[in-house]
Design a protein around this ligand. Structure first.
Ligand code: PMP
Length: 457
C-alpha cells in the first residue's frame, strides 16, 4: 500500500499514486531504474512539450530534470523529430545491422569537438561506454586495477558501484578513502581491487596513485562531480601530469558534462586532453546512446580487423590476433545518431550555447537572491548548463563537503516545489535546456519564494 502522505505530495497526484501502486504489483518497487524512485511515490508523466512535463493527473511542471540532463533541447524538439522520421523514411528501416555512413559523420563531429577524441566507438548507454573505457585501459596498459573518485558515478555495474555515496562511518579518512560497495550482489573482488581517490585533493591523490602505479590501468573521473562540483584547474592539470608520468590511462567520464559544460565538454573548458572520453545523454538527443573516444593508439586496441571471431562457431582463428572484444546489436543505431546529429547541429548554431549559459547564470543568481531574502545560506554550485542548490556555507569541492549541506530542508523545499509545478527529483541538480524561457525562470523563482515561505512559516 502506498501512503497518500499529504505532507509530501498533494491530492493533485492521486492518479500517479494509483498507477504507481499498480506498477508495484508487476515491477519490483514500481520503477525500472532505482534513480527514478522517491517516496511516497514518483510522479507518472504522460506528456512533454518544450520545457514542460505533464503528469497523468494533468498537472504541469517546468522540467529541470530533463531526463537527467539528456534533453538539452527540451521535450519533443521539432528538429529532432524531423531528423528521426526523415532517417527512417528515407532509409526504409529502423536499423541496418551493418556499418553505415552516419557512424562516420558523427565520429568526425566528435573528433572535431572534443580535444581528447581521435577515434570513436558507439555503445547503447553511458554505462556501457565507461565499461568499455575501463576494459580498454586494462588492455592497453596490461595492468589490472582501476582508481575512481569518491562520490563519482559511472553507471550501475560491479566495477564502478563503489564509493558513490558511502556512509561516513565506513568511508575512512578523507585523504585516503576506503572502498565501499553500493549494491547487494557486488563481488568482493571490486571492493578489494578498486582504489578510491579524494576529489580536488591533489596531494593525497598523487600519494595514492604513486603507491598503486604498478597495478593501476586507469583513473576514471567525472571532471565535474555529479555534473555540478567542478574540478579545480590545478587539480586537473596535476592529475593529467601524474597519470601521464605513471602510465595510467586518464578517463574523463563526460556522460553528464558532454555538450553541457561546453559543446566540447569539460575537457575543452579545462584545456586538458584525457586519454579516453566517455559520452552519453545529450549525444543521443533523448534516445539511449553512449560512445567512447580517445587517442588513436589506445582506441586501435578495439579494432576488429585481423581479430578473432568469437561469435561464429567453427571460425578459423588460427592466424588471428586477440583484440579487445566489443560488440552490440544496436551500436551506432541510425535513428539515434540522426537525433544526436540534429541536436549537435542546433547547439552549434551561433549564440545557442551562450544563451543557454546566460539563462542558467540568471536563474542561479535570482535563486540565490530569493534564499538570501529568507535568511537562508544557499549557494548554487555548477558550471555551464547544470547546477545544484546547496544549503551550506563554505566551499563545496567534493563528496565530503556535501555532508555539510542541509539536505533535510532542501528536500522539504523540493516537495513543495513539486506541488507548485517545478520538477526535479527531490535533491537532484537542475539542468537547463535551450527552450526554457524567461517566463519559466520567473515562475521558478517565484515558486521557490513561495515554497520557502510555506516551510519557514
Ligand atoms: N556516467 C555518468 C557521469 C553519468 O552521469 C551516468 C548516468 N547518470 C552514467 C555514466 C551512466 O549512463 P547511463 O545511465 O546512460 O547508463
Amino acid at each position: 500500500m502506498i501512503l497518500h502522505d499529504k505532507n509530501l505530495l498533494s491530492e493533485k497526484t492521486k492518479k500517479s499514486a494509483n498507477l504507481f501502486e499498480k506498477a508495484c504489483d508487476v515491477i519490483p518497487g514500481g520503477v525500472t531504474a532505482h534513480i527514478k524512485y522517491f517516496p511516497p511515490h514518483p510522479l507518472m508523466m504522460e506528456k512533454g512539450k518544450g520545457s514542460k512535463l505533464y503528469d497523468v493527473d494533468g498537472n504541469e511542471y517546468i522540467d529541470y530534470l530533463l531526463c537527467y540532463g539528456a534533453l538539452i533541447l527540451g521535450h519533443g524538439h521539432q528538429q529532432v523529430f524531423d531528423a528521426v522520421t526523415k532517417q527512417m523514411l528515407e532509409s526504409g528501416t529502423t536499423i541496418f545491422g551493418t556499418p553505415h555512413k552516419m557512424e562516420t559523420t558523427m565520429a568526425e563531429k566528435l573528433v572535431e569537438l572534443y580535444p581528447g577524441i581521435e577515434m570513436v566507438r558507439y555503445t547503447n548507454s553511458g554505462l556501457e561506454a565507461t565499461l568499455l573505457a575501463i576494459r580498454t585501459a586494462v588492455a592497453y596498459t596490461g595492468k589490472p586495477k582501476l582508481a575512481k573518485f569518491e562520490g563519482h558515478y559511472h553507471g550501475g555495474y560491479d566495477q564502478v558501484l563503489v564509493s558513490v555515496n558511502p556512509d561516513m562511518d565506513q568511508a575512512g579518512n578523507a585523504t585516503a578513502p576506503k572502498a565501499v560497495g553500493e549494491s547487494r550482489g557486488l563481488p568482493d573482488y571490486y571492493i578489494e581491487n578498486t582504489v578510491i581517490l579524494p576529489f580536488n585533493d591533489l596531494e593525497s591523490t598523487e600519494k595514492i596513485l604513486r603507491a598503486h602505479a604498478h597495478e593501476l590501468a586507469g583513473v576514471i573521473l567525472e571532471p565535474i562531480q555529479g555534473g555540478f562540483i567542478p574540478a579545480e584547474q590545478e587539480f586537473m592539470e596535476g592529475l593529467r601530469r601524474i597519470t601521464e608520468e605513471l602510465n595510467i590511462v586518464l578517463i574523463f567520464d563526460e556522460v553528464k558534462t558532454g555538450f553541457r559544460i561546453s559543446i566540447g565538454g569539460a575537457q575543452k573548458v579545462y584545456g586538458i586532453k584525457p586519454d579516453i572520453t566517455t559520452l552519453g545523454k545529450v549525444l543521443g538527443g533523448g534516445f539511449p546512446v553512449g560512445a567512447i573516444g580517445g587517442k588513436k593508439e589506445i582506441m586501435m586496441i578495439t579494432s576488429a580487423r585481423g581479430g578473432r571471431d568469437i561469435l561464429t562457431a567453427g571460425a578459423d582463428n588460427s592466424d588471428k590476433q586477440n583484440p579487445l572484444y566489443h560488440s552490440g546489436t544496436y551500436n551506432g543505431h541510425p535513428t539515434i545518431l540522426a537525433a544526436g546529429l540534429a541536436t549537435i547541429d542546433l547547439l552549434e548554431q551561433e549564440g545557442t550555447m551562450e544563451d543557454l549559459f546566460t539563462k542558467t547564470q540568471s536563474l542561479r543568481k535570482e535563486l540565490e537572491n530569493v534564499y538570501k531574502k529568507h535568511g537562508l545560506n544557499m549557494q548554487t554550485v555548477g558550471m555551464g548548463s547544470i547546477f545544484n542548490m546547496i544549503l551550506a556555507e563554505g566551499p563545496i569541492k567534493n563528496y565530503r563537503d556535501m555532508s555539510r549541506a542541509n539536505t533535510k530542508l532542501r528536500k522539504e523545499i523540493d516537495y513543495e516545489l513539486l506541488k507548485l509545478g517545478i520538477y526535479t527529483k527531490p535533491l537532484n541538480r537542475y539542468s537547463m535546456s535551450v527552450v526554457h524561457t524567461e517566463e519559466d525562470i520567473l515562475r521558478t523563482v517565484e515558486a521557490h519564494d513561495e515554497a520557502i515561505g510555506r516551510i519557514l512559516k
